[in-house]
Design a protein around this ligand. Sequence first.
Ligand code: FES
Ligand code: FES
Length: 254
Amino acid sequence: MNSSAVCRLSSTFHKLNKADYVNYKLANSTFIQINTKADFMASNENCNGFTDDSKCPDETRRDFLKQSSLLTAFAITPPSLLKAAVSEWDEKASAFFETVKLSIKINGNEHNLNIEPRVTLLDLLREQLALTGTKKGCDSGQCGACTVHVNGKRVLSCLSLAVMQEGKEITTIEGIADGEDLHPMQQAFIKHDGFQCGYCTPGQIMSAIACIKEGHASKDDDIREYMSGNICRCGAYSNIVKAVSSVSKEGKNA
Ligand code: FES
Ligand code: FES
């Protein structure tokens, strides 16, 4: 890097804050090179071309020290920290520029939202709308803990992008009771002791309601088969089957 380039870089970085620096670094892709004092002085018009300390005004020497300290600080910043700063700014920039509008009905309530397109229905419910009854188990479509109803059909909300639900009607575990009266499936899970820790239970109940509506709950084997996407690590399966079967037989599934 020649002296004038170093000087241009020095004066550029002198005016930058760290965030600007990160962007500058991204745009220019090459890592900065710390200029030498002689380079700086030779290229600074206040030094009149001298590289000798005594011939350079105090202010210019101070400028050099300030700028070279700044450059050194940037240069010794661990790459992982720079990467973190870049990601943080990327996140903020994308959050600001890349939101889309979403109109959605959840448990009978209309919501008009601005969301990032990458947000899953599960995260929208839990993180933005505080509907934490829907659980996040595996977050990859393996456990069924995140099951909700979309237009009456069971869906794994961890695998569904929220933006794809425009204009649709979502029902979560918070939306199935009738005021103080629990849904018959909730009552059956309590009556038949269909849970232990309860973490999988909201997903089991939402799946069970849909299972009966789909016509897959007339036999215990069918219930086991069509509820097999809902994993219970406590192993409460036999009582879950009893609960689903009882609601199915009583014809109380609303
Ligand atoms: Fe969605 Fe496990 S959290 S399937
Ligand atoms: Fe604990 Fe199912 S009740 S995971």
